[in-house]
Design a protein around this ligand. Structure first.
Ligand SMILES: [Fe+2]
Length: 165
């Protein structure tokens, strides 16, 4: 059954709508997963950089949660209903599970940078794909990518020297 039965939807073909919705859904899952991962790091970090990492992680989590809302609501605007429930996120996630327990600050920086960079790279691929179908949805992913790449720069600038250790 189609999920696009409402009237006055943007004039995309059904196939295009599903493809855009699929791309946005995948982006949503990654952002939710990243926000859960960020909280886990926020709770697990130890070491001399505890305070700045602990605080910055909460800012990142807030940003990823806000971005996930923007992505999900773009999907709804297209008539594609997103799914951000835990079972869906778990099934669709590409992120490996973190071991429960204390993590030294340099490990947190390495884990954070690596995962954020992976998500950003896939966002870039989605941006390119969406550019062929729907520029308005591509714009949403561009917003996500710009934020993620800015975050990567700031982490690199502040913590890059410890993450390499
Ligand atoms: Fe907290």
């Amino acid at each position: 059954m189609s999920s696009t039965t409402q009237a006055h939807l943007p004039s995309l073909g059904e196939h295009q709508r599903d493809e855009v919705g699929h791309q946005l859904q995948a982006m949503l899952v990654e952002l939710i997963d990243l926000s859960l991962f960020g909280k886990q790091l926020h709770w697990s970090v130890t070491g001399p950089l505890f305070r700045p990492l602990h605080e910055q992680l909460d800012e990142l989590v807030d940003s990823w949660r806000e971005l996930s809302d923007v992505v999900a609501e773009r999907a709804v605007a297209l008539g594609y209903f997103p799914d951000g429930q835990s079972a869906t996120v778990s099934a669709g996630s590409n992120l490996d599970r973190l071991e429960r327990g204390a993590l030294e600050d340099h490990v947190v920086v390495r884990e954070l940078t690596g995962r954020l960079a992976d998500v950003a790279e896939r966002a870039r691929e989605r941006m390119d794909r969406l550019g062929e179908i729907d520029a308005a949805s591509q714009d949403v992913v561009i917003e996500v990518l710009r934020a993620l790449e800015q975050q990567l720069w700031m982490i690199r600038a502040q913590f890059g020297h410890v993450g390499r250790g």
